[in-house]
Design a binder for this molecule. Structure first.
Ligand SMILES: Nc1ncnc2c1ncn2[C@@H]1O[C@H](COP(=O)(O)OP(=O)(O)OP(=O)(O)O)[C@@H](O)[C@H]1O
Ligand SMILES: Nc1ncnc2c1ncn2[C@@H]1O[C@H](COP(=O)(O)OP(=O)(O)OP(=O)(O)O)[C@@H](O)[C@H]1O
Ligand SMILES: [Mg+2]
Ligand SMILES: [Mg+2]
Lengths: 228, 228
C-alpha cells in the first residue's frame, strides 16, 4: 500500500523555488491500477519520482507497505527500488553503450541470477514488447518507440510488485500502444501488481480502475473509471 | 519544393543491414502542410532526417528547391539547415547546460543578429509556446512537455521556410497540443512555410492537407485529408 500525507515538493530555484507539488494526500491499495492525468507541468513526473523513491519530498510523509520512506537510508531506498519497483521513465533513460538486451538485463543484476538466466528472462521481456529482432541494437540504432518499449521491458523483467510508468505509450502508434497495454494488463491480472500510469491519453486511462487528475501540483479529482 | 526519387536508407548493421526506407518517391510543393503516420519502426524519423539534410540516403536522389542535395558539400548542407529548416527532434535534443532562452537563441547565431535582438526574438518564440515564465530554467529543470515546447520554439525562431517536426506533441496533453498546433497553423498561413509533421495522433494529422502513411519503409498511401 502507498500512503502519501500532505506531500509537498518545492524545487530550489531563484528566491522562492518552484512548487511542483502543493500538498498531496493519496492512498493506493496493493493491486490497484491507477491513471494520473494533468496538463504539461502539473506535477505528474514529480509525483511519480517520489512514489518510486527516486527523489524525496520537501515536506510530508510517504509510507510504502507501512514503512516510512522518509526515515530510510539511501541503501534501503535503493534496495526497495531494485527489488520491488519497475520504473518507466518519460525519457526512456537507456544506457547508450549497451544493447537492448543488456539494458533489459540490468535490473536482474540485483537478484543474483546467473548469466544465462538473466539473458533468458531479458529475451522473454523483449518478446513481450515485440522487439526480439532488435535485441542487439544499441539505443541509437532504435526508433523512438522501440527505445520506449525497451524501457518498458526493463521495468517488467524483475517481477516488480509496483510498476510506475511515466507516459509509457507517448512515442507509440495506437496499435503498438494497445499491444503494450495488453502486456501490462495481463501482468496486472496474473500477478496482482500495483500499477500507477501517468498518461495524457484518455484511452490509456481507460485501462485503469481509477483516474486521478493533477493541476498545479494538487489533486483536483480522484474518480473510478467508468468501464464502457 | 521537395522531390525524393527512389530513396533507400539501409543502416549498416550485421551482415545485411537494416532497411529503414525501401524506395520512397515523394514530392512536396512549397507551402504544403503534410502529415506522416506509420507504426513504430516504419521509417518516419529516418525519412524526416533525410528531408532535413541531417543524414544522407544510401541510394536515390533528393532535390530541394531544384538543387540535388546529394551533390552538396557538408558546408552547403549546414548552411541550408541553419537558414532554411526548422527541425523538431523526437528526443527534443536540447543542450543541457543552457537555459531555455539560450537554447532557443541558438539558431539565430547563424543570422548575424545582435545579442539583444536574439534575446528579443527567442523570448517571443518562448511566448508563442507558453513558456515565458520558464526562460531561465535548464532542461533538467523542465517537465517533459516543457522541454518539447522549448524545442518547438527553437525550430520556429529563425523564420524557416521548411519546418520538419517529429512527433511535436508526443509529450503534451491535448489542450497544450492544440495551443502548439494553433501556433504552427498561424505561421503556416501567415508565412506560407512548408511543413512536414510526423505524428501518431490522428487529431494532429487533421491540421494538415495531406496524409502520407508509411509501412516497413514504403509509402502505402498518400491522400488528401478530408476536412470535417
Ligand atoms: N542507426 C541505426 N542502425 C540500425 N538500425 C536503425 C538505426 N536507426 C534506426 N534503425 C532502425 O530503422 C527502423 C526505422 O527507424 P525510425 O526511427 O525511422 O522509425 P520510426 O518510424 O520513426 O519509429 P517510431 O515511431 O518508433 O519513432 C527501425 O526498425 C530502427 O530499428
Ligand atoms: N529540477 C527542477 N527545478 C526547477 N523546476 C522544476 C524541476 N523539475 C521540474 N520542475 C518544474 O516543476 C513543474 C512540474 O514538473 P513535472 O515534470 O512534474 O511536470 P509533468 O506534469 O510531468 O509535465 P509533462 O506532462 O510536461 O511531463 C514544472 O513546471 C517544471 O518546470
Ligand atoms: Mg512529465
Ligand atoms: Mg521516430
Amino acid at each position: 500500500t502507498i500512503e502519501l500525507e500532505n506531500i509537498k515538493k518545492i524545487y530550489p530555484m531563484g528566491t522562492s523555488g518552484v512548487t511542483a507539488l502543493a500538498g498531496i494526500d493519496l492512498t493506493v491499495e496493493t493491486g490497484e491500477m491507477v491513471a494520473i492525468m494533468g496538463s504539461s507541468g502539473s506535477g505528474k513526473s514529480t509525483l511519480l519520482n517520489l512514489l518510486g523513491c527516486l527523489d524525496r519530498p520537501t515536506t510530508g510523509n510517504y509510507r510504502l507497505t507501512g514503512e516510512n520512506v522518509s526515515a530510510m537510508t539511501k541503501t534501503q531506498l535503493a534496495a526497495i527500488r531494485n527489488r520491488e519497483i519497475g520504473f518507466v521513465f518519460q525519457g526512456f533513460n537507456l544506457l547508450g553503450k549497451m544493447t537492448a538486451l543488456h539494458n533489459v538485463e540490468l535490473p536482474l543484476i540485483y537478484t543474483g541470477a546467473g548469466k544465462s538466466e538473466m539473458a533468458r528472462r531479458a529475451a522473454e521481456a523483449l518478446g513481450w514488447v515485440g522487439l526480439t529482432r532488435f535485441s542487439h541494437h544499441l539505443p541509437n540504432q532504435l526508433s523512438g518507440g522501440q527505445q520506449q518499449r525497451v524501457a518498458i521491458a526493463r521495468a517488467l523483467v524483475n517481477n516488480p510488485t509496483l510498476i510506475l510508468a511515466d507516459e509509457p505509450t507517448g512515442a507509440l502508434d495506437s496499435r503498438t500502444s494497445l499491444e503494450i497495454m495488453a502486456v501490462i494488463q495481463r501482468l496486472h491480472r496474473e500477478r496482482g501488481i500495483t500499477i500507477v500510469i501517468v498518461t495524457h491519453e484518455p484511452e490509456i486511462a481507460g485501462y485503469c480502475q481509477r483516474l486521478i487528475r493533477l493541476k498545479d501540483g494538487c489533486i483536483i479529482s480522484d474518480q473510478p473509471v467508468n468501464r464502457p
